[in-house]
Design a protein around this ligand. Sequence first.
Ligand code: SF4
Ligand code: SF4
Length: 174
Amino acid sequence: MESAKKQSKESVEQELTSGIRILMEKNRLTACLDCGKCSAVCPMVRVYGEYVHNRGTRSIVERLSFDPEGLADETLWYCLACKECTFFCPSGVDFQNFMMGFRELMISHGHKEYAHFCSQCGAYLMPKRQLEVLKTTMNGTADLLYECPNCKKNRHGAVLFKLSSKGRSFTLQT
Ligand code: SF4
Ligand code: SF4
């Protein structure tokens, strides 16, 4: 029983690793020229503080290319998905697209520790670290960050509709 569990855990991890390799190929991570342009334009540094090499885009590309098993690292969740690195890469590496697929794969294989999910429906929203940074900019409205746009729409849509109807009838009466 114990060995069957271990084997199934191993096969899940193997499936994850091979999914990551496919994503790396598809998004040309292995075509990286090591030029550093992506790190130079990446806004992660400004958001998370001083430059630390192993948090940089180029370092992450390099690590995943040469050590794709090193997945238990929160810096892999620091990317803001802004696409600047993809735009400036001279070798066609689409790191932003890779990151989106990578996070989906990690979550679907049970690696949820660095992900933040909607408090209502449980859908993936953003990395936890990103939530922490955003919270500091919200001036008392941080509660809005805990629900996905669909849940916000469903929960508050009726109120907004009533308000807009009142507004319309008010306009008609005057
Ligand atoms: S810009 Fe492209 S080629 Fe240059 S280091 Fe970044 S991923 Fe590699
Ligand atoms: S997509 Fe991610 S890694 Fe690329 S520049 Fe934006 S934050 Fe940096």
